[in-house]
Write a protein that binds this ligand. Sequence first.
Ligand SMILES: Nc1nc2c(c(=O)[nH]1)N[C@H]1C(S)=C(S)[C@@H](COP(=O)(O)O)O[C@H]1N2
Ligand SMILES: [Mo]
Length: 334
Amino acid sequence: MLIRSRNRHSIGENDVTPESVYLSRRTFLGGVAGIGLAASLPRAALAGPDYDDVTKAKGPEWFEAHLSDTRWNAVTAEEKITPFDDATHYNNFYEFGSNKSDPARYAGQLNTVPWSVTIDGEVGKPGQYALENLITPSRFEERIYRLRCVEAWSMVIPWLGIPLADVIKRAEPTGKAKYVRFETLEHPKQMPGQASRFGLIEWPYREGLRMDEAMHPLAFLAVGMYGRVLPNQNGAPLRLVVPWKYGFKSIKSIVRISLVESQPETSWHMLAPDEYGFYANVNPDVDHPRWSQATERRLPNSLFNPNVIDTQPFNGYAEDVAGLYQGMDLRKFY
Ligand SMILES: Nc1nc2c(c(=O)[nH]1)N[C@H]1C(S)=C(S)[C@@H](COP(=O)(O)O)O[C@H]1N2
Ligand SMILES: [Mo]
């Protein structure tokens, strides 16, 4: 099994900053859950983390009910979790505008309840599924992942959701299913960026994965983050998270998942094929034509503390995913 708690750098009792105490507790819980002993933990420990800087918000009833059976810390990152305020006020979601502050300002207009997702193409069980019916057959998991944008900034976010593979398996892909194609809602009334004449993207926003990428245990469908329902600006009510790829692959507010035979068109690739590839694996050795990808700004940062760190191959998940690309020229398939 490829998923395990990343406690290689587990923190000792003697590190006394509140941050590291916090992290070591989380790493411990992750490790225990990872080897199947969670049932023997005291109930309080199973209640899940308390992200105290978070603006709490209740999700739909099914979401709140399903939370109590979450597998917390299913995957953890060694780094500090990005403050909630940064993760929700520095966003890319062009449906609401192209400035980083636009999604927080305008995404409240998006109506996410009720929500349904069409599953079609090369599947035995096509249909239009209410979001809750798509998600609740699986247990919620918390995945603390690095998110690395192609623009060379990054964050660490605790997502809540289920493995993408669960949804795909339940749809019963046929032998012809080679790729998975995703589509965001198109609704110019609620998504003012789609009504703008200056938009660059041909709506709806679309993304795709190769079948083996989509079935990889790290590929994730998020419905929440920081222990609560997903804020609209982060892609409510359903978004993809593919932690080893540039952020633009992690499509938000998904309404359609299609299993298809050939490689689908994807939004950023359509817009600038020389700059954004279909694969978009995080790679410090292959620069964007206009900037280096060797380093990244880890948020939060400032002029006085730029907080620049080295970018890792596959965003630090090489051990788990490099095998998917064996024999491929990653300069050609960027
Ligand atoms: N539908 C849609 N999905 C999207 C985008 C978008 O503009 N529209 N932006 C992408 C980009 S470029 C990034 S970096 C991430 C940002 O996710 P975050 O705002 O939750 O950090 O969302 C991705 N998903
Ligand atoms: Mo991005």
